[in-house]
Design a protein around this ligand. Structure first.
Ligand code: ITT
Length: 196
């Protein structure tokens, strides 16, 4: 029972493998299919982009596929970087540059105005069935400096609500119970069986 996670992002792949460990599914990703098609993320929403990625990959390999489109939405920046999170500081993906850009834009902004949330849209697609989507969120705030080595992407500058440390300072097991991705996957999990 193979599920392809339609991503090349190692951080995402690791989290899906950890969260689906023991579920009985064999979790693969585009890192296992290096010659896969490039999908243009032309959607305006996370859900639209997740559908584009899941349907393109499930069609190409004729396998059940889950795609994850995610990002960070900062209230002070009117929801930016949002669906542009991966390329916020430029066309080339560069996490360090993206984080610096956010910290610069929020320089001097008081704590009360630093609220933000991670979004995760998941789409499951198969050659035979209709695509199904879910969404998850994780509320929090943007810190003043980077801290922590765990996780990936914006984790070092995001403090989840109710915690005193950044997402990157939490053990991975804890991130995987409170994250936007965990929230979304919980909503999807029961539905996965219907695709097999
Ligand atoms: P794929 O499209 O191949 O899945 P990607 O990294 O381009 O990989 P997205 O287009 O969904 O994925 O962009 C997600 C962005 O949001 C990217 O900058 C991530 O670093 C960030 N992001 C998503 N989930 C995150 C998490 O759990 N912690 C920190 N940052 C995250």
């Amino acid at each position: 029972k193979e599920i392809i996670i339609a991503t090349k992002n190692k951080g995402k792949v690791n989290e899906f493998k950890e969260m689906l460990n023991g579920s009985g599914y064999q979790v693969t990703s585009l890192l296992d299919y290096p010659d896969s098609v490039d999908v243009e993320e032309s959607g305006v929403t996370f859900v639209e982009n997740a559908i584009l990625k899941a349907e393109a990959i499930s069609k190409h390999y004729r396998k059940i596929t889950i795609a994850d489109d995610s990002g960070l939405s900062i209230d002070y920046l009117n929801g930016a970087p949002g669906v542009f999170s991966a390329r916020y500081a430029g066309e080339e993906k560069n996490d360090a540059a993206n984080l610096s850009k956010v910290l610069t834009e929020l320089k001097g902004v008081p704590e009360a105005k630093r609220s933000a949330r991670f979004h995760c849209a998941l789409a499951i697609a198969s050659p035979e069935k209709e695509t199904f989507t879910v969404e998850g969120i994780c509320e929090g705030m943007i810190t003043e400096k980077m801290e922590g080595e765990n996780g990936f992407g914006y984790d070092p500058i995001f403090k989840p609500r109710g915690r005193e440390v950044t997402m990157a300072q939490l053990p991975k097991e804890e991130k995987n119970t409170i994250s936007h991705r965990a929230d979304a996957l919980k909503k999807l999990e029961k539905g996965i069986a219907q695709y097999f």
